[in-house]
Design a binder for this molecule. Structure first.
Ligand code: SF4
Length: 405
């Protein structure tokens, strides 16, 4: 394929790349094994109980490790999985646990990488109106989203490459519709490249924060690797892949991982729906292959809570203990949501989910497009809704989540 332009690493991409390049193969393998153990520990309540009992009673844990295919000594990681990073960082006890120290250093840099993505969404003057509007939205979100705010990095664009999603998770935070079909690459290659070009013109290097899914799963589009290859050549970043169906077509997933592992610009994520899913993923992919893939554990036994948004919010109505009250959106884009099969582009920002905004984001305005020129016009039109000033006729009101007491 002819490159759209010479890819240039963004600061976030460069840091992510350096996380891997600065370590030896043996160090990376060690991190991959630690990560795999923590995934088993986090997803399996029985293992947690057995291991905890063995550690407290001083019993041999080799049998437990063999039964769960754990090839690292969990005793060396106790400060991580028994206390958590926050308790650990900066305490002298870390020096006694070299594996825990290695993992902690890895995670600290990964968090810095996440923060850089938020910074990278600023176009640095390529589009001053967008920058000012986005800063205002980030400030609002910091007050409104509470726990969710720290993890929302405000990417500037998301592209849907399918219509609906075949996975149908009960907890879907953005209430994805049933899968109806996908946007094929060959028939749309010219338009896709034009759309990427217009997106880069609008956002500059900030376009690299974009990704190619929303209320869709990447693995529902068999041409997904071709789309993200173009994205890489347009922006210098392989976009993040988040999929709940990494085993649907293992060859496709492996092509995505190969692309990601070749350029090392972005972390990927697999959502795991049940305990068996963790085991099957571990059987299908080596620990090494998945070092750059975060497993988002959605199974019942996992230690994480679901976001109170979308279908999860509807299902849990009245059962507040099921969901995290402070984690009220999974939406992260402050910018454009581009629904390619529908030829629709929307200006969106995250917000707390509510009866008015059940999926945790505002749609400020939307435009249709049918080719590259109308797409470019749609972006220009939607820019008018990035309001920076209060008009004489505007009615002021408190945000819905604020109350006068
Ligand atoms: S959470 Fe993701 S994979 Fe699950 S239904 Fe929603 S869009 Fe599909």
């Amino acid at each position: 394929m002819t490159p759209l332009s010479a890819p240039v690493l963004t600061p976030a991409g460069a840091l992510y790349n350096q996380i891997f390049q600065s370590r030896t193969a043996a160090e990376l393998l060690e991190l991959a094994r630690i990560k795999r153990f923590l995934e088993v520990w986090s997803s399996d309540d029985q293992l947690r109980d057995r291991l905890e009992a063995a550690l407290v009673n001083g019993e041999a844990i080799d049998q437990i490790c063999a039964a769960h295919k754990i090839d690292i000594d969990p005793r060396q990681l106790q400060p991580i999985f028994r206390l958590g990073h926050a308790h650990l960082r900066g305490t002298p006890s870390l020096a006694d646990y070299p594996l825990a120290l290695a993992w902690d250093r890895f995670i600290v840099t990964m968090l810095r990488y996440r923060d850089l993505i938020r910074e990278q969404g600023d176009t640095h003057g390529v589009n001053l109106q967008f920058d000012t509007w986005r800063k205002r939205q980030i400030t609002r979100c910091q007050g409104e989203l509470r726990l969710s705010a720290a993890s929302v990095v405000h990417p500037v664009v998301a592209f849907e490459l399918s219509d609906g999603c075949s996975v149908g998770c009960w907890f879907c935070g953005i209430s994805a519709d049933k899968f109806k079909g996908y946007w094929p690459y060959e028939a749309n290659r010219k338009l896709w490249r034009e759309i990427l070009g217009h997106t880069v013109s609008f956002f500059g290097a900030a376009a690299a924060t974009g990704f190619c899914y929303w209320a869709t799963d990447p693995c529902d589009n068999p041409d997904y690797p071709a789309f993200i290859d173009d994205f890489y050549h347009a922006t210098g970043t392989v976009p993040q892949t988040t999929t709940a169906a990494p085993l649907k077509d293992v060859a496709l997933t492996r092509r995505v991982l190969e692309l990601s592992n070749t350029y090392r610009t972005t972390v990927n994520r697999f959502s795991v729906l049940n305990k068996k899913g963790v085991r099957r993923i571990h059987e299908a992919f080596t620990a090494d292959e998945l070092l750059g893939v975060e497993l988002v554990l959605q199974n019942r036994e996992a230690t994480s809570l679901k976001a109170n948004a979308g279908r999860a919010r509807l299902r849990a109505a009245g059962k507040s203990d099921e969901l995290a009250d402070d984690h009220t959106t999974l939406a992260c884009v402050t910018g454009f949501l581009v629904k390619l099969p529908a030829g629709l582009v929307q200006l969106v920002t995250p917000c707390r989910s509510s009866d008015e905004t059940p999926d945790g984001y505002y749609i400020h305005a939307e435009r249709r497009f049918s080719d590259g020129a109308t797409f470019a016009k749609a972006l220009r039109d939607l820019q008018e809704f990035m309001t920076l000033q209060i008009g004489m006729d505007d009615t002021l009101a408190l945000r819905r989540d604020l109350k006068v007491v």
